[in-house]
Design a protein around this ligand. Structure first.
Ligand code: COI
Length: 380
């Protein structure tokens, strides 16, 4: 039986109903809601992260008042002093979540307390004041209720939610800021990878790392993603979709992709993923997959996985499948793994598709939620 992480334990604690959090963020009605025509155009052409809803949640933190001015405000540009610390030193943390429309019209989200616990883990690492659970839950419930029309129902679609917190104090000295903004924005979205379960090509980068020992690799902060962009541009230019990063300490073991965790399915049916070393983001999707595979009696393990063992395994047939996973990407098969000295085709098999089906069936209320992961935000 695998040991549950702190985040898993925190997120397994009971949480009150959405009604009990409703009203934490006061609604400031938007007098210029998107027109029916604009709404129809957006909902008929769902991309990922390109269109946004009518509202956003917003609160401000100062030492005198803590988190205050909690509002559901009309979605729109922020006013930020050019000296705002986020623009200079990147003191920021974010989350990725989704709201799903079930067949009866009700709206649900998935493991929100995991994201609530993780944003505070990120806040602690970034010296940002923590966000109380009631404020985090209130921001999600109040925003999604105000933006209910933006929760799509087409297969594979959802309202992607992006909570984030950043330093807004106007000051150029390098120290933790004294003023912060917390926001949640919402984007009606289709699949992250437009080709669905079509396998992606992954370049293994051994020149750059997204994170190193003692760094910030296990928290969700923009800097980790910024570090992944140059390798990603280079890989894109060479025809790859994503980059797989190696551990910075030895440059021999696989860590994670730029914005997704990675799993390896062995020919004997066992499944493994790199263990959480402090450099790897403890993904909610990663955690969910480990838990439900284990509950089904599959052999799952978190371990040090050398790149050599993966490449050898693909060549010998010991590795049956590989996939990437995350909230945005869900579960995406990897079809090719390459670097300067190898280029191998990864078989695409049924396990990845089965894991995708299981996870999305739970999220959409089509399969019993035996783990208590679903959280109802609103009735139909
Ligand atoms: C997510 O999967 O939700 C993420 O935050 C990863 C990526 C889109 C940055």
């Amino acid at each position: 039986m695998r040991q549950h992480t702190e985040l898993e334990k925190l997120s397994a604690q009971p949480v009150q109903s959405a009604d009990s959090f409703a009203g934490t963020f006061a609604l400031q009605p938007n007098k210029v809601l998107k027109s029916e025509a604009e709404y129809g155009r957006i909902m008929a052409n769902l991309g990922f992260g390109t269109d946004f809803s009518d509202y956003m949640a917003h609160a401000t933190w100062t030492a005198e008042n803590g988190w205050h001015n909690k509002e559901i405000a009309p979605y729109g540009p922020l006013s930020l002093d050019p000296a705002g610390a986020i623009l200079h030193y990147g003191q920021e943390a974010f989350e990725g979540m989704k709201a799903y429309r079930h067949d009866d019209g009700s709206i649900w989200t998935f493991r929100p307390t995991y994201n609530a616990a993780r944003i505070n883990m990120s806040c602690r690492r970034l010296a940002i004041p923590e966000i109380p659970l009631a404020d985090f839950m209130g921001s999600i419930v109040d925003l999604v209720r105000a933006d209910a029309r933006w929760v799509p129902s087409a297969p594979g679609s959802s309202l992607y939610l992006r909570p984030f917190v950043f330093a807004s104090e106007a000051f150029l000295g390098v120290r933790a800021a004294t003023r912060y903004e917390y926001l949640v924005i919402a984007s009606p979205s289709g699949a992250y990878f437009p080709n669905g379960l079509k396998p992606i090509n992954v370049f293994v980068d051994r020149d750059y790392h997204r994170a190193g020992p003692g760094g910030m690799g296990d928290v969700k902060t923009g800097g980790n993603y910024a570090a992944s962009l140059l390798p990603k541009v280079t890989a894109h230019d060479a025809g790859f979709d994503e980059v797989l990063f190696m551990d910075a300490a030895t440059n021999t073991n696989i860590d994670e992709l730029g914005g997704m965790n990675v799993f390896v399915v062995m020919a004997d049916g066992s499944v493994k993923t790199p263990k959480l070393t402090g450099n790897i983001l403890p993904g909610g999707t990663r955690s969910s997959i480990l838990q439900f595979l284990e509950s089904e009696g599959a052999a799952v393990s978190e371990e040090t996985i050398s790149l050599a063992s993966v490449v050898d395994g693909i060549q010998s047939g010991d590795v049956a499948e590989m996939f990437a996973c995350g909230t945005a990407a869900v579960v995406t098969p990897i079809g090719r793994l390459a670097s300067g000295d190898f280029d191998v085709e990864v078989p695409v098999g049924e396990k990845t598709a089965a894991i995708y089906d299981e996870l999305t069936a739970i999220q959409l209320g089509h399969r019993e939620d035996r783990f208590g992961w679903l959280y109802k935000i609103a009735d139909a």
